[in-house]
Write a protein that binds this ligand. Structure first.
Ligand code: GLC
Ligand code: GLC
Length: 640
């Protein structure tokens, strides 16, 4: 009989000498208590995931040695940060948090170029900087850096690992946390492990999924969702050199890693801790939903995924406690939340809010958005959404069909409408987007385009129609405004602050032409920024100055600090309404017409206020007559 408690304490006793041998007395004093605190839970998780096949003691030793050596080489400044974070673990719930995500090359050439622009990031109010994957990657197509060939080498065109450390330190000195991806579902086929596997090395072949013929792949495939049905159909790629089929969920050159192999679990743990020690404070768990496969399932969101992330989380708590995980699970909303907890990923993208904001902008009806957010926005204590409008990826309509059905909306046809709307196939649509990975079998597709082009600025400018331009500017500001006001960490996609439009030149580059996401990955236009700053009345200037103001208001106002966001029914299907900590009510008009709203609509928050003001304009609101909202207008109301 296996006695868990007994095995656990026995293992601990057997492992402790390794800590003593590997660390000096001072390091032991910091490390050993953390190790003994978290070891029992870690032991249990690994047992759950790896069960009987687990060569327990061997892998526990391997893991312990990795933790010890990572802690030993952790720089003093990061150890100080560890101590600060342990005292103030929910630092990321401050109202002044603002995220910004950029591609190093597109933003300002190199890592040094990013460093030069720290004053600009400070001006914006950025406290969280996500740099898109910047590691060594195949020179041709690398899926925008998401096919990594070496987690320990920076792409030479962008800089060096030493340069990354300097940047991380400089950012931290300015109150900005560095965020990088942990691209751990796959490596590129040029990664050393893949190259060794190609040479026939059995250990490294077992890091991946390899099949001698199509028998098993065909059985798996029947239950799998196709991620890139156009550019990379199917989830398996034939590798002629091995005459084997390799699992490739994404592109053919991105080989999925096999976490059922504890050896691989340890190898990736080493890479993770290495990155943490470079000064990374938040790791975005890329494509996290896909890391465990099991025959007969969709191979997404399986329970073992959570076990593995929780185990990695405990490893971080032992060796690099300042490190935080952010999950990137762009899946059904019921599955999104399963990744979110303090023991797993305390922060997560909010893909449902993002998609439904665009849904409401198309339909001019906030019902589905409100319905879903009333039920799905509140997270466990200590956990936080990363709210965003756009990112480097496509938009998928990942709302819950069950939510839609409750409102009499049929999921499939609604998605068809949204796809038509955002690819301007729908007459009268203001949006200019591109279809992404159309799948003729289920007629699914996703949408690409910049916030400004999807929000109507491109069509307005092309038509030189002042009314359309005005509506688009208001719409773009409104979408960002409800992202900023919703609490959590708002995440700006670089270039959106100056309303950059789609860039269609990607189709001239053979390495990009097959992937429409490049339409919204343009080079940052510094002259546009300069002009926006100089001429705040141009459309780009208006977006910039109004966003800057919203960001500043948010950072200064305690209503946006931690605490609750509560969505409620304003009684008007065009108007999104939510309260922040019962202090401020956000009202946003998702329609082309002015709207009025009785104060009674807000009674759930305050009763009837005697006086109220809009914090954005600073104007006093008349509490006797109804509230007025301009087309695509927004108020942040505070009652006294
Ligand atoms: C992530 C990235 C996406 C990439 C994929 C494969 O979801 O956001 O850009 O294509 O993973 O790494
Ligand atoms: C899918 C995946 C997501 C990925 C995206 C890339 O939505 O779920 O992880 O980023 O595809 O297009």
């Amino acid at each position: 009989m296996f006695d868990l408690e007994h095995e656990q304490s026995l293992s601990l006793v057997r492992l402790l000498p390794r800590l003593e041998a590997g660390l000096d007395a001072r390091d032991q004093a910091a490390f050993v208590p953390r190790f003994t605190q978290h070891f029992p839970a870690l032991f249990r998780l690994l047992l759950e995931v790896y069960g009987q096949n687990y060569d327990f003691f061997y892998h526990l030793e391997q893991m312990t040695d990795l933790l010890v050596s990572a802690f030993k080489s952790r720089p003093q400044t990061l150890r100080q940060l560890d101590d600060q974070r342990l005292v103030n673990p929910h630092w990321y719930q401050r109202g002044a948090m603002l995220g910004y995500v950029l591609y190093v090359d597109l933003f300002n050439g190199t890592l040094d170029g990013v460093r030069e622009k720290i004053p600009y990031l400070k001006q914006l109010g950025v406290t969280y900087l996500h740099l898109m994957p910047l590691f060594k990657a195949p020179e041709s197509n690398s899926d925008g850096g998401y096919a990594i060939s070496d987690f320990r080498t920076v792409n030479p065109a962008l800089g060096t690992m030493a340069g990354l450390r300097v940047l991380a330190d400089d950012l931290r000195a300015e109150g900005i946390s560095l965020v990088l991806d942990f691209v751990f579902n796959h490596t590129s086929d040029e990664h050393d492990w893949a190259l060794k596997a190609l040479e026939g090395d059995k250990r490294h072949q077992k890091f991946y999924f390899m099949f001698p013929d199509r028998t098993l792949p065909d059985q798996y495939q029947t239950n799998l969702r196709e991620i890139f049905p156009q550019q990379a159909p199917g989830a398996f790629t034939h590798v002629p050199k091995l005459d084997k089929w390799v699992w490739t969920t994404f592109n053919t050159f991105q080989w999925d890693l096999n976490y059922a192999n504890p050896d691989l679990f340890c190898a990736m743990l080493g890479e993770m801790l290495f990155l943490a020690n470079q000064g990374v404070e938040v790791m975005r768990l890329d494509a996290v939903a896909f890391i465990w496969k099991q025959m007969g399932t969709s191979c997404e969101n399986l329970p073992q995924v959570h076990g593995i992330i929780q185990a990695y989380n405990l490893c971080a708590k032992i060796a690099a406690p300042a490190l935080l995980f952010k999950s990137e699970a762009i899946v059904h909303p019921d599955d999104v939340v399963k990744y979110i907890s303090e023991g797993e990923s305390p922060i997560s993208y909010n893909p449902t809010y993002m998609a439904l904001l665009w849904e409401a902008a198309a339909t001019r009806d906030v019902s589905l958005l409100r319905y879903a957010m009333e039920r799905r926005f509140v997270l466990p204590q200590g956990c936080t959404w990363v709210n965003y409008i756009r990112c480097h990826d496509d938009i998928g309509w990942s709302f819950a069909d069950e939510d839609a059905r409750m409102l009499g909306i049929q999921g499939f046809s609604h998605r068809q409408f949204l796809n038509e709307f955002y690819t301007s196939a729908f007459a009268g649509s203001y949006a200019r987007g591109l279809r992404f990975n159309y799948n003729p079998i289920n007629q699914d597709m996703r949408i690409c385009g910049s916030a400004a082009s999807l929000g109507g600025l491109e069509s307005g400018l092309m038509a030189a129609n002042a009314e359309w331009i005005e509506a688009a500017v208001n719409r773009i500001v409104l979408l960002h405004g409800v992202m900023l006001a919703a609490g959590g960490i708002p995440l700006l996609y670089s270039g959106d602050e100056i309303a950059m439009l789609n860039d269609y030149s990607f189709s001239d580059d053979p390495h990009k032409a097959g992937d429409e996401r490049w339409v919204h990955r343009a080079k940052f236009d510094w002259s546009r920024l300069e002009e926006a700053q100089r001429r705040p009345t141009t459309p780009h200037g208006q977006v910039f100055s109004r966003l800057l103001r919203l960001i500043q208001l948010r950072a200064q106002d305690s209503a946006f600090d931690g605490g609750e966001t509560r969505f409620f029914d304003s009684g008007n299907q065009n108007v999104l309404s939510f309260a922040r900590r019962n202090e401020v009510v956000i009202l946003a008009n998702f329609s082309d017409h002015p709207q009025t709203l009785g104060w009674l609509a807000l009674r759930g928050v305050w009763g009837m206020p005697n006086s109220a003001s809009d914090i954005i304009s600073g104007e006093i609101l008349d509490t006797v007559s109804p509230i007025h909202l301009l087309p695509w207008g927004m108020l942040w109301v505070r009652a006294d």
